[in-house]
Design a protein around this ligand. Structure first.
Ligand code: ADP
Ligand code: MG
Length: 338
C-alpha cells in the first residue's frame, strides 16, 4: 500500500491558546477514499487546512507524495484540490473564467477540453457563462468542486461536502467521487454523517477533541459491528458454563444470572436455535431473552462520548479492537452524531 499523504505528530494551538489538534499521525493510501468522522469542533477543518497550507501547524510535519508542505510548498500544494466547507467564490467572475483561472494558478497549461469535461460532469456546462453571484447555493458548491478539480489534483479534500446540500447534488457528488477514485485520485472527506462514511469510504478515521481515536478499514469495522449479542436471564444462577455448551463461547454475567452469547450476524438463526435446544436439554431455564447489536453509530458515540466509562480511554485502544463489546451500550452519556 503506497502512502500518498503522511501526517506526523501534528499539533495545532490557535493564537487563543486553544489546542485544536494534538499529535495527529495518519497515513493516507494512494487511491483510497478516507472518511474522517468527528463531531463539530473535533478539528477536521483545522487538519485539512494545515495540509492545504491555509493554517500553519504548531508542531509536526506533513508530506504529500514525499513533498514537505512547508519546505516544498508548491509541489505539495499542486497535488491537492480542496473543496472547502464554507462557500467562498468570486461573485463577479463567470463559471468558466473562475475554473480556468484556478487551473492557471497552479501553473497548468490551459486546457479548455479538460475544463469542459469537469463542468459537464458537474452539470455546470449550461451555466458556464453565468456570473457566480447569479447561481443558487447548490450550483456555487458545484463551482467550488470544479475549481478544486481544475488543476487535476491527485488528492481531493472534501470538507463536509454534503452538509446542507440537496439530494441531487449529494448523488452527483458521490458519482463524481467514485469516478475520480476510478481514475486513481485519492479522496479525503470529512463528515458527521455516519451513513455517508459507511457507504463511501474504504477506511474510516474517527477524530474527537483534536485526537485521532481510531483508524480502520471500513469492512473490518463493519464486520465487528455485525456482531450481535443474545442475553438470557437465567431462572437460577450458574457458577460455570456447562461443558456441553462450550461450542458457543458463552459468558456469564451479573453474578451468574445472565448468560451472554456473542455471535456474527451471519449464522445467527441456526446457532441460536441449536443453543436454545441444548439449554433445554441441560435443564437450564431462562425467564427473559434480549438481543442487541452495536452499530457504527454506537462505536462512534462511545468514542466521542464525554462519559469516561463509555469512552474507556479510547486513545490507547489498539485500532484493531472494537470500541465497546457488541451491545455493551450502557445508555449513558450519549451524544448524537448529527
Ligand atoms: N482561528 C481559530 N482560532 C481559535 N480557535 C479556532 C480557530 N479555528 C477553529 N478553532 C477551534 O478549533 C476547534 C476545531 O475546529 P474545526 O477544525 O473547525 O473543527 P471541525 O471542522 O471538526 O468542526 C473548534 O473548537 C474551533 O472553535
Ligand atoms: Mg469543519
Amino acid at each position: 500500500m503506497q502512502t500518498i499523504l503522511s501526517i506526523e505528530n501534528l499539533s495545532k494551538v490557535y493564537a487563543s491558546g486553544f489546542h485544536a489538534l494534538t499529535r495527529i499521525s495518519l497515513d493516507i493510501h494512494r487511491g483510497e477514499i478516507f472518511a474522517l468522522l468527528g463531531p463539530n469542533g473535533a478539528g477536521k477543518t483545522t487538519l485539512i487546512s494545515i495540509v492545504c497550507g491555509i493554517v500553519n501547524a504548531s508542531e509536526g510535519s506533513v508530506r504529500v507524495a514525499g513533498h514537505d508542505i512547508v519546505t516544498d510548498y508548491r509541489s505539495a500544494r499542486s497535488l491537492i484540490g480542496l473543496v472547502p466547507q464554507e462557500l467562498t467564490t468570486d461573485a463577479f467572475e463567470t463559471v468558466w473564467a473562475t475554473v480556468s483561472f484556478s487551473r492557471g494558478l497552479f501553473g497548468k497549461p490551459a486546457s479548455p477540453a479538460y475544463v469542459e469535461r469537469v463542468l459537464r460532469d458537474l452539470s455546470l456546462w449550461e451555466k458556464r457563462n453565468n456570473k457566480i453571484m447569479t447561481l443558487s447555493g447548490g450550483m456555487k458548491r458545484r463551482v467550488l468542486i470544479a475549481k478544486a478539480l481544475a488543476h487535476e489534483p491527485q488528492i481531493l479534500f472534501l470538507d463536509e461536502p454534503t452538509a446542507g446540500v440537496d439530494v441531487e447534488l449529494r448523488r452527483d457528488m458521490w458519482a463524481l467521487v467514485r469516478g475520480l477514485k476510478a481514475n486513481g485520485v485519492t479522496i479525503i472527506l470529512t463528515t458527521h454523517y455516519i451513513d455517508e462514511a459507511e457507504e463511501m469510504a474504504d477506511r474510516i478515521g474517527v477524530i474527537n477533541a483534536g485526537e485521532i481515536m481510531l483508524v480502520e478499514r471500513k469492512d473490518v469495522l463493519m464486520r465487528k459491528l455485525g456482531r450481535k449479542q443474545l442475553t438470557l436471564q437465567l431462572e437460577a444462577p450458574l457458577t460455570a458454563i456447562p461443558a456441553g455448551l462450550a461450542a458457543w463461547g458463552l459468558e456469564l454475567a451479573d453474578g451468574g444470572t445472565e448468560l451472554i452469547y456473542t455471535y456474527d450476524a451471519e449464522n445467527e438463526r441456526n446457532d441460536i436455535i441449536a443453543l436454545l435446544k441444548r439449554l433445554g436439554e441441560a435443564g437450564i431455564g431462562f425467564t427473559d431473552l434480549k438481543t442487541s447489536q452495536s452499530s457504527l453509530e454506537d462505536i462512534f458515540v462511545s468514542l466521542v462520548s464525554k462519559d469516561p466509562a463509555a469512552a474507556s480511554k479510547p486513545a490507547s485502544r489498539p485500532a484493531s479492537q472494537p470500541a465497546t463489546p457488541a451491545g455493551a451500550d450502557n445508555g449513558k452519556g450519549q451524544v448524537t452524531s448529527r
